[in-house]
Design a binder for this molecule. Structure first.
Ligand code: ADP
Ligand code: ADP
Length: 235
């Protein structure tokens, strides 16, 4: 049973008279707990796939399903991380990570009542990414790699079943990026989320994903689906 399904999905952007076929007849299925990567050059439709899966855009043709439900509007409860960690500069690491819990708890009293539990959860995530000693530091006191580690913790604090990653390591130097691949694996081992990673780094895709989808530029088409069978910590 798959958790995320795209079935013959096409998407055409219309701007006045101009149309762009951004995604052509894409079929893709992600099992629960599976980690897939979508690779391809800039402009091949990777971000469009992210928007379709999260329901920010309706497909022009075909169907998108998440957890057995047809996606027709923005879905809730998805973790997301992008290239730039947008941590709030006036909040410490732990307070940045707790922010999504403050947002989903509409009543401040309720958030305060659960704060200790959420903090313990955040500290566990910080331990996994190696930032236990940085919980009370501010973003400007962290390196780029550490900021992205915090960002990943924030994306996982509400324990989403689905984690969407759009070029999360794209802004990091090669050394730090590879360090973060290890961090990503450690997080997956702890949380077992279903992961969808969009990247143009084929090595990153092969390193992290169980299945890699390769896309071509024009029109945005999935040209290859390959399961990766490398010895990696998966149990
Ligand atoms: P990628 O993420 O792989 O770089 P995108 O999904 O962003 O690719 O874009 C796929 C194609 O759709 C590109 O040709 C891009 O120019 C076009 N496109 C993306 N967003 C829009 C939009 N909002 N309006 C019109 N064209 C768009
Ligand atoms: P809350 O979620 O309670 O609004 P925030 O973390 O968003 O808390 O903001 C904390 C405090 O920082 C607030 O008093 C807010 O007004 C202030 N603040 C908002 N924007 C900025 C900013 N760009 N730089 C510094 N402080 C800010």
């Amino acid at each position: 049973m798959s958790f995320v399904d795209l079935e013959g999905v096409s998407l055409t952007y219309r701007l006045g008279k101009a149309t762009t076929l951004a995604l052509a007849d894409a079929t893709l299925s992600v099992a629960k707990g599976e980690f897939i990567a979508v690779v391809g050059p800039s402009g091949c439709g990777k971000s469009t796939i992210m928007k379709l899966v999260t329901g920010l855009l309706p497909p022009s043709t075909g169907q998108v399903r998440v957890a057995g439900q047809r996606v027709t509007r923005p879905i809730k409860g998805v973790g997301m991380a992008f290239q730039n960690p947008t941590l709030m500069p006036w909040r410490t690491t732990i307070d940045n990570i707790l922010l999504p819990m403050e947002v989903v708890e509409p009543h401040k009293r309720r958030f305060r009542r659960h704060r200790a539990e959420y903090e313990a959860r955040a500290m566990k995530l910080l331990g996994t990414v190696g930032l236990t000693d940085f919980a009370d530091k501010y973003p400007w006191q962290l390196s780029g790699g550490m900021q992205q580690r915090s960002n990943l913790c924030r994306a996982l604090i509400h324990e989403p079943e689905l984690l969407m990653l759009d070029e999360p390591f794209g802004a990091l130097d090669a050394f730090t990026r590879e360090e973060l691949w290890g961090v990503m694996q450690a997080l997956w081992l702890e949380r077992r989320f279903t992961g969808i990673l969009v990247t143009h780094d084929l090595r990153e895709a092969v390193y992290l994903a169980d299945t890699v989808y390769v896309m071509s530029r024009r029109p945005g088409r999935v040209v290859l689906r390959r399961s990766i069978d490398l010895p990696r910590p998966r149990t």
